[in-house]
Design a protein around this ligand. Structure first.
Ligand SMILES: CC(C)(COP(=O)(O)OP(=O)(O)OC[C@H]1O[C@@H](n2cnc3c(N)ncnc32)[C@H](O)[C@@H]1OP(=O)(O)O)[C@@H](O)C(=O)NCCC(=O)NCCS
Length: 198
């Protein structure tokens, strides 16, 4: 198995390293621009690894994750997809490059998880949902059937989205919010039912 280069050495990166080990990666290095012990170089040092390694971007900020993954893709780097062995993945589910699915997740039949998505610990994505590029579904969030979440939107911890809802790009759904209507205007939404505060 190739070496895995994890870009981002914070807590999220360490969780991803654990998932990578469970997927058989034994040779793992971290790159990060922050001065963190155990880091093997800055993000720009990816070029030293590109011929021998797969990459995963472990940065929670959706826009930054998108920018770095696009840089790697433009430079023809191989991007991994990581699924925790304790995640339950239904039939005909698609999971794109650079996406990570963490422990305790349930993704039900026909859901499409596009590229660079985080499906975080113990969240669920029900049948036929479409989760577009660089979305983050945070810990414990629940998306009912046929929900469509557009690019870079963050669904906060333990938020719920009822079935057949569409949420536009670049939104933040606050922790614990319950989304019961389509969201068509970019912004921050909190509460039950979710309303726009910014
Ligand atoms: C929604 C959120 C992004 C707002 O953060 P912010 O822009 O810094 O906003 P503030 O903290 O200034 O809060 C603004 C107002 O919204 C309220 N508010 C903030 N988050 C809220 C939430 N999740 N539910 C209900 N009300 C919330 C605040 O109490 C405050 O109300 P006030 O003006 O009456 O005092 C943030 O609180 C949140 O929920 N983030 C989700 C984080 C998360 O789930 N992380 C998981 C990582 S896996």
């Amino acid at each position: 198995m190739k070496k895995l280069v994890i870009i981002g050495a914070g807590g999220h990166g360490r969780v991803i390293a654990d998932i990578a080990r469970l997927n058989g990666y034994t040779d793992i290095v971290f790159l990060d621009d922050a001065d963190i012990p155990c880091v093997s170089g800055k993000v720009c040092d990816y070029v030293n690894y590109k011929d021998s390694s797969s990459f995963i971007v472990a940065i929670g900020n959706n826009g930054i994750r998108e920018r770095i993954q696009n840089l790697l893709l433009d430079d023809k780097c191989e991007i991994a997809t990581l699924v925790h062995p304790n995640a339950v993945i239904g039939s005909d589910v698609e999971i794109g490059v650079g996406s990570v699915v963490m422990a305790g997740v349930v993704i039900n039949a026909g859901a499409k998880i596009k590229n660079g998505v985080i499906i975080n610990t113990c969240s669920s994505v029900d049948h036929d949902c479409v989760i577009e590029d660089y979305v983050h579904v945070s810990i414990g969030a629940r998306l009912a059937g046929t929900v469509h979440v557009q690019e870079r939107t963050m669904i906060g911890a333990s938020a719920t989205v009822i079935n057949n809802i569409s949420i536009c790009s670049d939104c933040i759904i606050g922790a614990g919010a319950v989304v019961v209507k389509d969201i068509t205007e970019c912004g921050t939404y909190v509460g039950v039912p979710a309303g726009r505060i910014k």
